[in-house]
Design a protein around this ligand. Structure first.
Ligand code: DX5
Ligand code: ZN
Length: 217
């Protein structure tokens, strides 16, 4: 199954409960939470209290994307708030291996995100410590940006190197500019989790949007 992860960065935060209900009704199965600190990325969003709200308000998988420097300072707070998946950025971690082990020590799924210009050689040394890889297909910081196609080459390289090695439930996620035009390029390559901000929240029929992203008509 292809997981669909609407990013609440594009949601109406004045009606967050209704938006979470709408995500559930659409058939999407993850809630993607973009945490930004104004340092690692230019934008600032929200902290663990919104994750806590979502945990109480929804039974969907909470997928927490940390676009923050020194993520180790906050990992425990986000897991206690209810995160199921914690994704740290390769570029923000001096001690990536330690962070991944730390995330798993709480029973959460450990993930790493790579920016558009970041290579994947480092995965040779941490692939077994990962439950998910997040390929950024925009520069992190804002929703509504244009898809950067060089991510497709990177996914090919990833599949060549690690395709035979991955466990069945390994998640290959892409985040940024995912819509009805780009989703098929990704799922054709085995991407099994699509983050969607603008496309999902602006679609007049969110159930239909999820079907389209999953490859249905
Ligand atoms: C960007 C965020 C994304 C963003 C996606 O830094 O990580 O999750 O919300 O939004 P769209 O789908 O509009 O590109
Ligand atoms: Zn994100």
């Amino acid at each position: 199954m292809i997981h669909i992860a609407p990013s609440i960065l594009s949601a109406d935060m004045n009606n967050l409960q209704a938006e979470l209900d709408s995500i559930k009704e659409s058939g999407a199965d993850f809630i993607h939470l973009d945490i930004m600190d104004g340092h690692f990325v230019p934008n600032i969003t929200f902290g663990p209290f919104i994750v806590d709200f979502c945990r109480k308000a929804s039974d969907l998988t909470l997928d927490v994307h940390l676009m923050i420097e020194n993520p180790e300072r906050y990992i425990e707070d986000f897991i206690k708030a209810g995160a199921d998946i914690i994704c740290v950025h390769k570029e923000a971690c001096t001690h990536l291996h330690r962070q991944l082990q730390y995330i798993r020590s709480f029973g959460a799924k450990a993930a790493v995100a790579v920016n558009p210009a970041t290579g994947i050689d480092f995965l040779d040394y941490v692939i077994d410590d990962l439950d998910m890889i997040l390929f950024m297909s925009v520069n992190p910081g804002f929703s509504g940006q244009k898809f950067i196609p060089s991510v497709l080459k990177k996914i090919d390289l990833f599949n060549e190197r690690y395709g035979d090695h991955l466990k069945n439930d390994f998640i290959i996620q892409v985040d940024g500019g995912v819509n009805d035009k780009t989703c098929g390029l990704l799922t054709d390559k085995g991407v099994n989790c699509l983050v969607s901000g603008n496309y999902f929240f602006k679609h007049p029929d969110r159930k239909k949007a999820v079907q389209i992203l999953r490859g249905g008509a």
